[in-house]
Design a protein around this ligand. Structure first.
Ligand code: SF4
Length: 361
């Protein structure tokens, strides 16, 4: 069994960003306003290591700004600290996130020398207009070039995308996801766009230039993307923004599809789609009650937030009572007991059916 991954997050504030992406207020996201020093890095690593057991995989993660765009001297200083922990086997992996236009051979040589394992690229969209309206300051070509080089150097590749940016729509998100799948990343993150205080997007919101997607739409689009990636064997390590103390609705989030359990909403919505596909095909409807067997881990996704999926089954398939039973032998499968019949629902099969019917594969 693979070891549980424990992250030691080191937030490197806005340093190094040559431009301001309209949605970004990195100082707010990281909760820091000063630059990061090597002494602080050591302090953070030591503090985190004290809380970690020996049996987990420990990763140092440089998040926040665009790491490889920071002044090279600072970059090397911070990386040297991380490397010393890896050399002494006190941590297992080093990862960082950065911009696609700050990847070149010289940078990758430095990252290799310092034993970095994982590079996550903030791509956000593979639509030129969306990149331009977001003031990303790089083009699609930068993304493809960066991915090619990262692959050549054999780093683990992560790609991050956003939904609901200015000029964006569902079709463009799907197109970006399809392109991501072709690029074969090892990991993906999906972030819904939130309007944070003190950002250009906040100004665009008040001038009426920008309209965020609502929560329902964000969940619907994210569900499609998550299904596409998962079906293609790509590990989606995050859906939604991590709710930190200062990223809470009404505090720093002015507008946008914020929800503290965004991923759970998305996974529940996927179950809704699977229920619709499989119940219709197997004629599961018009009965007083059914019993459903599912792995305990998936029960909350099947039931849905505030029982939305159960209410959906009652309303759409006219079934008054749904009994849920845990069966941890079931992984990619659900068993439905209806009268004297047992129906096996293969989740992968219905995911494929849905993706095919909707032109997503
Ligand atoms: S590149 Fe990243 S850190 Fe820099 S402004 Fe854009 S989103 Fe913020």
């Amino acid at each position: 069994m693979s070891k549980k991954i424990k992250i030691i997050p080191i937030f490197v504030p806005h340093q190094g960003c040559v431009n301001d992406c309209v949605f970004c207020n990195q100082k707010k996201i990281t909760g820091l306003s000063t630059s990061m020093t090597k002494e602080q890095v050591i302090f953070i690593i030591e503090r985190n290591l004290k809380t970690m057991s020996d049996d987990c995989q420990k990763q140092i993660a440089f998040y926040g700004g665009s790491f490889t765009a920071i002044d090279l001297t600072i970059q090397k200083e911070l990386l040297a600290v991380a490397k010393s922990y890896k050399d002494s086997k006190r941590i297992d992996k080093i990862k960082l996130s950065t911009r696609p236009d700050y990847i070149n051979r010289h940078i990758l040589d430095i990252l290799k020398e310092n034993r970095v394992d994982i590079i996550e690229l903030g791509v956000q969209s593979l639509d030129e207009e969306v990149l331009r309206l977001s003031n990303r300051g790089h083009s699609i070509k930068h993304v493809y070039d960066a991915v090619k080089l990262i692959r050549e150097y054999k780093f683990t590749l992560g790609l991050q995308m956003m939904i609901g940016l200015a000029g964006d729509n569902e079709e463009k998100c799907i197109k970006t996801a399809k392109e991501f799948i072709k690029l074969k990343p090892d990991i993906v993150r999906i972030y819904p766009t939130l309007v944070l205080k003190e950002t250009l997007l906040a100004d665009m919101l008040s001038s009426g230039e920008y309209q965020p997607v609502n929560l329902e739409e964000a969940v619907r689009i994210s569900a499609k993307l998550l299904m596409m990636f998962t079906f293609n064997g790509i590990n989606v390590i995050r859906v939604g923004l991590q709710p930190t103390d200062n990223i809470t609705e009404g505090n720093d989030v002015l507008a946008g599809p914020f929800h503290p359990a965004f991923r759970q909403l998305t996974e529940s919505y996927i179950y809704r789609l699977i229920i619709d596909e499989s119940f219709a095909e197997n004629d599961i409807k018009d009965t007083e009650s059914i019993s459903v067997e599912i792995s305990s881990k998936q029960i909350s996704n099947f039931v849905g937030n505030k029982k939305t999926n159960i209410n959906h089954i009652t309303k759409v398939f006219r079934i008054n009572k749904v009994n849920i039973m845990a069966n941890n032998e079931l992984k990619q499968e659900i068993k439905v007991y209806i009268k004297d019949e047992i129906i096996d629902i293969d989740i992968k099969k219905y995911t494929k059916k849905y993706l095919k019917e909707n032109g997503l594969i």
